[in-house]
Write a protein that binds this ligand. Structure first.
Ligand SMILES: Cc1cc2nc3c(=O)[nH]c(=O)nc-3n(C[C@H](O)[C@H](O)[C@H](O)COP(=O)(O)O)c2cc1C
Ligand SMILES: [Mn+2]
Length: 454
């Protein structure tokens, strides 16, 4: 049985044990300053802000990187281990359990709510519309089936108890809102802030409507996720969330957002978006407010990347069973570029794998296919495979006019050109020159005896 905890506090505890938590004691302003500190904090440790101007609530940022994820989930820090861990969640989901008197309900506030006063909600980029909640895990229930849906959405503060919620029309939450509107029902949500990295990745899993992403989180933990019932809404939240905002959509109210940053690091104008009325804020004693630095920053990239690479892997495996690993790269904005490795591929399987990836996710527009002697998570190794094995006239193909995600940076009429790069070894390829493996291993095991001074 897995013994790791399900809360952000458990994750922070595991990271503290390996020295991957940085504390910022100096005073920081929620207006751009906290964002600037997160953007420039060296290493990829989690950051705790102890002293936020005009606030008593502390903040946590930069929680998730690959090593932090591995440590928080109690797995080895390898791509293979994280793929297996997330894959297990998707393939073996577990139905959540409800717990009463959960930590996230230690303090309940239903009156005199003033979101900006109560929580250290930050501004990030110069031309954005205002203060955004960026680590909100949004839970809603399908008004027809009652099935839960979980996603992450940016929330713009519009007033003391009003939030605008960003949601792509292609996402499930949008579809649930449409269903509610057609049925004349009000859609309720819980927005939980301060979650374990596994819960954040599960919320981003690219699965079909009707899948409860909290079941995936349970599958990852190998034990059901514990949820707390809402106080003013019939929607649950992870029991150990630091803060939960309970809200409902205001029927037919839309807000013209203005500019907002996307993962590609540029501003976009998505027009009008739905508005929520806050009914309650509940939290733990001395809660931590979680901040994810959005735009083209690493944590924002990675949470999506880990989810997309795993579901892409599963889809590719249906088409090409010999797929070994899949990674969404940082240079590809954590969304757009996928590198996959195949074990002993048959002719044409590289192309087939790329087609499967393109069909699965609108965001993925470049696929590089390599053999399994290449470390897909090492950009130098991948580029080596391209230099050593790709014949450009034969191995690059383009498919123009494919349906794109709304966030695509070079979108044309809702479409984008997909590119496949097949960098697979030919049977006639020159053999790789290698130092004997047994000697490499021996030297590694007795490294200290060489008295190497760095
Ligand atoms: C930090 C972060 C912020 C996000 N913000 C939004 C957002 O504002 N709007 C949106 O449509 N998707 C956003 N996403 C992506 C969705 O959470 C993700 O695509 C999810 O799988 C959608 O789930 P659904 O289809 O079940 O609604 C964000 C992802 C991350 C990691
Ligand atoms: Mn969903």
């Amino acid at each position: 049985m897995n013994t790791i905890g399900q809360d952000m506090r458990d994750a922070l505890q595991s990271l503290t044990e390996i020295g991957r938590v940085t504390k910022v004691n100096g005073q920081v302003d929620v207006n751009f300053e906290l964002a600037a500190v997160l953007a420039q904090c060296p290493g990829r440790s989690a950051v705790i802000f102890e002293n936020i101007k005009d606030h008593t609530v502390k903040a946590v940022g930069n929680l998730v990187d690959r090593e932090n994820f591995a440590r928080a989930c109690g797995i080895e820090n390898t791509l293979e281990a994280s793929l297996n861990y997330i894959k297990n969640g998707i393939e073996n989901p577990l139905v959540p359990v409800l717990v009463e008197n959960a930590p996230c309900r230690e303090v309940i506030k239903t009156e005199n709510i003033d979101i900006l006063r109560d929580l250290p909600i930050t501004t990030f980029f110069e031309k954005e519309a205002g203060h955004y909640i960026t680590a909100g895990v949004v839970v809603a229930k399908d008004p027809e089936t009652g099935k839960r849906n979980v996603s992450m959405n940016r929330l713009l503060v519009l007033g003391p108890d009003k939030l605008m919620i960003g949601m792509s029309p292609s996402h499930h939450l949008y579809r649930l809102l449409e269903k509610a509107r057609n049925l004349g029902k009000t859609l309720e949500v819980s927005i939980s802030i301060g979650n374990h990295p596994a819960v954040l990745v599960a919320a981003n899993a690219y699965v079909n409507l009707g899948y409860d992403e909290f079941e995936i989180a349970g599958g990852m933990f190998n034990e059901p996720l514990q949820l707390s019932p809402g106080v003013t809404v019939d929607v649950e939240a992870p029991k150990g969330s630091e803060i939960v905002i309970e809200a409902e959509f205001i029927p037919d109210e839309l807000h013209q957002e203005g500019l907002v940053s996307e993962f590609h690091g540029m501003y976009v104008d998505y027009g009008k978006s739905p508005v929520l009325r806050v009914k309650a804020i509940t939290h733990r004693h001395n809660p931590f407010y979680q901040v994810i630095l959005p735009g083209r920053y690493y944590e924002h990239f990675l949470i999506g990347a880990m989810a997309i690479e795993t579901t892409s892997f599963l889809k590719i495996r249906e088409a090409v069973p010999s797929v070994k690993e899949a990674v969404i790269t940082e240079g590809g904005m954590g969304r757009c570029h996928l590198v996959i490795s195949l074990s002993n591929p048959k002719p044409g399987e590289g192309q087939k794998a790329a087609f499967a990836a393109f069909a699965h996710c609108n965001l993925v527009k470049q696929v590089i296919v390599v053999n399994d002697d290449i470390n897909v998570n090492d950009p130098v190794d991948v580029e080596w495979a391209i230099a050593a094995r790709m014949k450009a006239h034969r191995d690059i193909f383009m498919i123009p006019g494919v349906r794109a995600d709304r966030a695509e940076a070079v979108v044309e009429d809702g479409t984008v050109t997909k590119i496949g790069i097949i960098a697979l070894r030919e049977e006639t390829a020159l053999p790789k020159a290698e130092i004997p493996n047994d000697v490499m291993d021996k030297v590694k095991s007795q490294w200290d005896t060489y008295q190497v001074k760095l």
